[in-house]
Design a protein around this ligand. Structure first.
Ligand code: AHM
Ligand code: MG
Length: 334
């Protein structure tokens, strides 16, 4: 069977469907090249000396891994020269990265989590990259943090890569979600998962249960009901899976359904959730919604949240529609 490459898919989207412009096509192509380079680094692991800590913290106070920094550099270098971007921002940088003056500037903003799930790197468990593309507000020549503070529904494009047994790039250009698998020999991405869709119902959930004592009552009620199984109010047995890399957990949901929760908790009241809105929750929410699923913070649709900070955190309840709606309904009565 002759498979469609990512390059062919993008050219078709531009030429035949007018769904994207040349700049967006270049942007996705360059992100895919970066993903391929990150995949090589992740795949070499200890052989390339890339495992372990950098010995410093990022702006969020988290220990940076060597591969966090390498992946960040790869994405910056791959994207700064193309003329399609006005600026970039990342989990690993306190402030946005300006495009160097020697290159032309474009109309898009790129924001990413270069290596999600990085606590899993050293133990050889799947990690990923998450990215989101926004339009630079009109008239803004040198975009700072303010330019990135746009609700997730305005995203032009979003995607993630999962570096697992195979490397996959999953992408939405705003109409449907498609998955491409990297052929490590040829370096090409091939369309292997067209029109991904999440079943509305599921019997599988993902949550870090060690935080149970900090959860709010609606989440506690929901998980208690799932754990009660066929003898409980749901009358069904549920299974639990938790990778600890959001990308891998959401990719499982994209493949066979499920619900992922990283809810608001009382562990640190200064933090309304663990995951970051702009480069974790928003791109994943767009992808999951485009695949027929739902994404909420328990109180509102994630894509409708108006951001107030580049590294803002948010509660995330995402996946199979009927389960997400149930959790939201428990918040309404609380
Ligand atoms: P990271 O971007 O620094 O890796 O943090 C995000 C990750 C998610 O992938 C995962 O769902 C979560 O943190 C797990 O955190 P914890 O182990 O603290 O529950
Ligand atoms: Mg992350």
């Amino acid at each position: 069977m002759r498979r469609i490459t990512l390059t062919q898919y993008l050219v078709e989207q531009q030429r035949e469907r007018a769904a994207i412009c040349a700049d967006l096509r270049l942007l996705v192509t360059l992100v895919a090249r970066a993903v391929q380079a990150i995949s090589v680094a992740v795949g070499k692991g200890a052989l390339a000396g890339v495992l372990g800590d950098m010995g410093r913290e990022n702006v969020q106070g988290e220990a940076q891994k060597k591969l966090d920094v390498i992946a960040n550099e790869i994405l910056l270098e791959a994207n700064e020269w193309g003329g399609h971007l006005a600026a970039m921002a990342s989990e690993e940088m306190a402030a946005p990265h300006s495009i160097p003056h020697r290159y032309p500037k474009g109309e898009y903003l790129l924001v990413f989590d270069p290596l999600d799930g990085s606590s899993n790197i050293d133990v050889n468990i799947a990690v990923g990259t998450i990215f989101s593309v926004l339009r630079c507000p009109e008239g803004v020549a040198d975009p700072g943090e303010e330019a990135f503070l746009q609700a997730g529904r305005t995203q032009v494009c979003a995607g993630y890569a999962v570096y697992g047994a195979a490397t996959l790039l999953v992408l939405t250009l705003g109409s449907g979600v498609h998955g491409f698998t990297l052929d490590r020999e040829s370096g090409q991405f091939y369309l292997t998962h067209p029109d991904m869709s999440i079943p509305a119902d599921t019997r599988e959930y993902a949550i870090n249960a060690s935080n149970a004592r900090f959860w709010e009552p609606p989440v506690r009620r929901y998980i208690d009901e799932l754990n009660a199984g066929s003898a409980g109010p749901r009358g069904l047995n549920f299974n639990m899976r938790w990778v600890g890399s959001m990308v891998a957990d959401v990719h499982r949901i994209m493949t066979r359904g499920g619900i992922f929760l990283y809810p608001r908790d009382t562990k640190d009241i200064a933090k309304p959730g663990k995951l970051r809105l702009l480069y974790e929750a928003n791109p994943m929410a767009l992808i999951v919604e485009q695949a027929g699923g739902a994404a909420s913070d328990g109180r509102m649709r994630i894509l409708d949240i108006e951001p107030d900070g580049l590294h803002q955190r948010v509660a995330v309840i995402i996946g199979s529609r009927n389960e997400v709606e149930r959790v939201v309904s428990y918040h309404l009565v609380a």
